[in-house]
Ligand binder design. Structure first.
Ligand SMILES: [Zn+2]
Length: 410
């Protein structure tokens, strides 16, 4: 390495290499140092040095494994040491929070959903801290080495500075300094991310997007948003966090959207709007199963999906149209990101046999054939609940070295 390299660059290289070695040990362990050196494309001396530091910090340990090495002796491999390393994972919802204690090897120790409703920013932080203290008190017998706190929320966030930008559903609270507040109270590294971005990271690390370097995850629920992984990295990780595909115009003559524009994709395909459209159309198709559901006031997204499964022509048409609308916008995304997979996170996955082909056909018709032909549209493995996406943020910060360096410095 030349002498004029800036110290901060050296730190960055060290962090990247430590993260890479840790990830390879986590994914392939037990693994020998020689195999590690080949996979990481780093010199054996660097491997020896980095693994020594990880062993000293109790993040990695040596183990014998059955692969017979020199003269038939068991080989010595490295694997991740996960005992007693724990993380707190928190999901903040509109009126509840879910708090979980998890271990490094992704095991869930305990998880609880607790009522949580606050209307002022300072009260919000104090109330969150009280709920965490109560949780610690109730579960003190199982808490060991707590090393970081990861929080996800369905709201715009500044992940770098750990600020919740605004909570429209909570008296429009602005700029809540969550990271600073919790770090001051606990001394621990704090991670904050939009729940959809974290969900995409979880699918990429453990779910339907595993081993896929380029993917788009589309979430169709009350809101329509997306997460993008490109060349193994999440897009916009350091910014507000979601790809605002839901606010792309699909119908210039359409309904006004709360964002200020007209006819956004969300005003057409969000679950609320699909149900509104269903009510409108059912009143005009009185001989359908869907009309029967609407007229006895049992229309929900699940009953609409059941109507599709039962073969009702109106319900099928509504879902098919929804797929076409989504496909038109996704075609543009496909041309930009050339993904291997499109993951769909939605209650509409129950009728994917109608939804996905309608999307696929629009994508094929409207994007570069070389790109669109190889795309798989698949359902996400997880849904937008629970604390696994928060755990994925911890895993990501180990793999990029950021949290490892903090833990190695004690
Ligand atoms: Zn909009």
């Amino acid at each position: 390495m030349s002498v004029d390299v800036q110290p901060s660059h050296i730190d960055q290289i060290k962090q990247t290499n430590v993260g890479l070695i840790y990830r390879l040990i986590d994914q392939h362990g037990p693994i020998s140092r020689i195999a590690l050196s080949k996979k990481a494309q780093l010199a054996p001396a660097s491997i020896t040095k980095i693994t020594r530091e990880l062993i000293d910090a109790h993040l990695v340990k040596e183990t014998e494994f059955p692969d017979l090495g020199f003269r038939g002796r068991p080989a010595i491999g490295l694997k991740v040491e996960s005992e007693r390393w724990q993380f707190l994972c928190i999901r903040i919802n509109k009126s509840t929070i879910t708090i979980a204690l998890r271990e490094l090897k992704d095991n869930l120790v305990v998880e609880e959903e607790i009522p949580f409703l606050m209307t002022q920013s300072q009260l919000f932080l104090n109330c969150l801290a009280d709920k965490m203290d109560d949780f610690f008190f109730r579960h003190q017998s199982v808490i060991e080495r707590l090393t970081a706190i990861s929080i996800i929320i369905n709201a715009p966030v500044d992940p770098i500075n750990g600020i919740i930008r605004n909570l429209t559903y909570c008296s429009n609270m602005q700029d809540i300094p969550l990271k600073e507040f919790l770090h001051h109270r606990t001394g621990l590294p704090i991670f904050l991310q939009h729940s959809i971005t974290a969900w995409t990271i979880a699918e990429f690390l453990y779910g339907a997007g595993k081993n896929c370097q380029n993917l788009i995850q589309l979430v169709i629920d009350d809101n329509v948003a997306a997460g993008v992984i490109t060349a193994g990295q999440i897009l916009h990780a350091g910014q507000h966090g979601v790809v605002e595909i839901g606010h792309t115009q699909i119908d210039p003559e359409g309904e006004p959207c709360y964002c200020g524009n007209i006819g956004c994709l969300e005003t057409v395909v969000s679950i609320k709007n699909i149900l509104a459209k269903t009510r409108y159309l059912a009143e005009r198709c009185l001989d359908t199963l869907t009309y029967a559901i609407v007229s006895n006031k049992s229309l929900t997204i699940d009953s609409l999906c059941q109507s599709v499964i039962d073969g009702d022509s109106l319900a099928i048409e509504i879902i098919h149209d929804t797929g076409e609308h989504i496909g038109r916008i996704m075609a543009l995304m496909v041309n930009i990101f050339n993904p291997e997979k499109i993951l769909i996170g939605s209650p509409l996955n129950g009728v994917k046999h109608i939804l996905y082909p309608a999307m696929q056909q629009q994508i094929a018709q409207r994007s570069l054939p070389g790109y669109s032909q190889q795309i798989d549209i698949v359902a996400t493995q997880f849904d937008n609940t629970g604390t696994l996406p928060a755990a994925a943020l911890i895993k990501q910060s180990l793999y990029n070295g950021e949290l490892l360096i903090a833990l190695m410095q004690g």
